[in-house]
Design a protein around this ligand. Sequence first.
Ligand code: MG
Length: 264
Amino acid sequence: MLGAIIGDIIGSRFEFNNTNRTDFDLFTEESTYTDDTICTIAIADAILNGKKYKNSLLEWCRKYPNPKGAYGGSFARWIQSDDPQPYNSYGNGSAMRVSPVGWLFDSHQKVLSQAQLSAIPSHDHMGGIFGAQCVAALIFKLRTGEIDKGGIEQYISGYGYHVNSVNSIRMHNTFNETCHVTVPQAISCFLEANDFEETIRLAVSIGGDSDTIAAIAGSIAESYYKIPDHIAVLAIDKLPDDMFMIFTQFIKENPIYGDRLLKL
Ligand SMILES: [Mg+2]
């Protein structure tokens, strides 16, 4: 949850101005939440407050119609439609917003079914559903200790995903917004990094859809590593009050998460 928000905020200034470096400043005045944070908050709000995923996504995205970097073209039309219908998307929007599902449900099966429900209002292509399920399931399995880094390569092969070295991804990367390309890239960054901050730095440094890749990588990394306090504070400071309130509710109603955030 916060890992996704942090990745989004740190990656926000690089989405259309890619860097291949890892030694950039994490936060500057330019750094801000984008669609990835808005949609993540919407999914958390849906679960915590009994809203349908579709209604919550529409509510939040319509409340914040012009985030930095904008919404993807098809998703923007979906938000503005009088009768929004799924548009067979396999874009990474389903994967970047799903992290609350990995924390707020208590079995692998429930996480998979809820990840699917969170995807299908817009991303009903199997590629979009797989992206959401794989990210949410990894969060669940890592936070519960059902899997460690050594088991991830085999687990994600079930989704048709493969790990690559960060160097090789960086060398060959082009802008891509699909789940089947960017989700395994984000996972590869997490696997190669040694802590939360390094995961985000590697995710930004491969270029492409930086804020979303960093959001996905950050959401997975926080289920395994502690987020350094100074990074958490700087990101939380960038959230508007209504988003901060949902994040606060998420922590209150999810004591395991709050404990990890404070103590790990
Ligand atoms: Mg974005």
